[in-house]
Design a protein around this ligand. Structure first.
Ligand code: EPZ
Length: 434
């Protein structure tokens, strides 16, 4: 099983280009199911494990997928199969995004309930509520969502839940509504850039959607959608991860082909922590000094502080000059990285949905275990600044959301390499892993 061996303490310097956004590409791929004719060409598709998983699900559902570098062409060749099986959906939660377009276009769907994951409970009740509001009959049987609708009709609905809006829930209901006769109003719609881009793609395909970027989306159903060519926005979380890495290592890195407007909250918090940040139309330069003023944050729906940057920001706060409180308002259990940071010498205490981080002078390298994609990213950021070597295990989590991350960090001066851990060496000291 792959691991990363990281020699920390080297400032990152240079420039890095941000790849296309994973969480925009995945629902956009699912939108191909809505096409009556033509081909959907997506450009700037990142080369990630999650993208490969979505390709397998779509191929099962009669979509032909061709890839040429970062360009992907999708075409519906058969609408016969409407079942997305457990063995594929359980690999990647975002596969649930095929539910809405299947109901919207084929009026039927059998999609396995997405597996749980280590960041906490991840229900899809709001997805199902929205589909039912459009007239679909929805049931959960033997671990599958069984949805069917002789006909759909536009309707008004409130899609907020106990933790606010739902990103993929909004995307699913939107993709079901665009072909539903009449008018649909989605209140408390998610406003994340990725959701906005799915809506813009649907409009480019022929849908009629008002209020994009606002918590109220109004959809006027149309008869059919056609293919088009669409550029995927830069991955704001990947960009934020590189920003954190530059800051914690006391480096000087220019992050390019990014939309600074998608990262205002992260940029603000990094500035408050003491990083020097300059921004241009499509670049952000981060100059860090390795030690930080304490900044307390709470994760919130966009444009608030993104939960997907929580672990990476916590890594910075462990190198702080005081006490910061990091509160999870989206996934209150999303703290599996805390004990791993503790193994590196960080001083963090859980208090319910918050983590109290007491800054220490330095972190020390250690064998640590990734539990999910963004916990892995946070541990990677910490390892880049820690004194000595860190063995970051289960990097398959990172491969889900970061394309060639070790090569790109190495190009910035990091000392990092992928090692294949033999089973007997998994918990042994570093030297045997080399
Ligand atoms: C999306 O997940 C992202 N994934 C997640 O990124 C991200 O962390 C999350 O949004 C929050 O920003 C993709 O876009 C593929 P939600 P999603 O529905 O849509 C609750 C990553 O690392 N909720 O917005 O599944 C839910 O439990 C991943 O790239 C309900 O209660 O998240 C959570 O507390 C991790 N009922 C909150 O809402 C529902 O029906 C937000 O969840 C749906 C959600």
């Amino acid at each position: 099983m792959d691991a990363f061996l990281i020699e920390g303490g080297r400032p990152l310097r240079g420039s890095v280009e941000v790849r296309g956004a994973k969480n925009a590409a995945l629902p956009m791929m699912a939108a191909a199911l809505l096409m009556d004719e033509g081909k959907l060409v997506l450009r700037r598709v990142p080369n990630l494990a999650d993208i490969k998983s979505m390709v397998l699900v779509l191929q099962q559902l009669g979509v032909r997928v061709d890839r040429r570098g970062h360009e992907m062409t999708l075409q519906v060749v058969s609408e016969k199969n409407c079942r997305a099986p457990y063995e594929l959906v359980s690999k990647m939660r975002a596969s649930v995004c095929v539910l809405g377009p299947l109901v919207g276009k084929r009026r039927q769907a059998e999609v396995s309930m997405p597996g749980g994951c280590s960041i906490g409970d991840r229900p899809i009740d709001l997805h199902l509520k929205g589909l039912a509001a459009l007239g679909a009959s929805v049931a959960v049987e033997r671990g599958y969502v069984i949805a069917s609708a002789r006909r759909l009709a536009g309707n008004s609905m409130y899609l907020g839940g106990p933790f606010g809006s739902t990103v993929t829930g909004t995307e699913n209901v939107l993709m079901a509504a665009v072909l539903a006769p009449g008018t649909t109003v989605i209140e408390c719609a998610a406003c994340e850039p990725e959701v906005q881009e799915v809506a813009r793609l649907l409009v480019r395909m022929g849908a009629r959607i008002d209020g994009i970027g606002s918590p109220r989306l109004t959809v006027h159903g149309v008869r059919k959608l056609r293919g088009c060519t669409f550029d995927i926005i830069p991955d704001r979380i990947e960009a934020g991860t590189f920003m954190a890495a530059a800051a914690i290592t006391g480096g000087d890195v220019s992050i390019e082909r990014v939309d600074p407007g998608h990262l205002m909250c992260v940029t603000e918090c990094l500035k408050q922590a003491g990083a020097h940040i300059e921004t241009g139309p499509d670049w952000i330069r981060v100059i860090g000094n390795g030690m930080f003023r304490p900044v307390s944050v709470a994760t919130l729906p966009y444009p608030g502080f993104p939960t997907d940057m929580q672990a990476q920001f916590m890594a910075l706060m462990t190198r702080g000059e005081g006490i910061s409180i990091i509160t999870e308002r989206i996934y209150p259990e999303r703290f599996h990285h805390v004990p791993e940071f503790g193994r590196m010498g960080a001083n963090i205490r859980r208090e319910g949905p918050s983590a109290i981080v007491i800054g220490t002078k330095e972190l020390s390298g250690a064998p640590v275990m990734a539990s999910d994609l963004r916990a892995a990213a946070g541990l990677l950021v910490a390892a880049l600044a820690a004194r000595g070597e860190t063995l970051l295990q289960r990097v398959y989590h990172l491969d889900r959301g970061y394309d060639q991350i070790e090569q790109r960090l190495e190009a910035l001066g990091a000392r990092i390499r992928r090692v294949d851990l033999k089973p007997e060496s998994r918990s042994s000291p570093l030297r045997e892993a080399v």
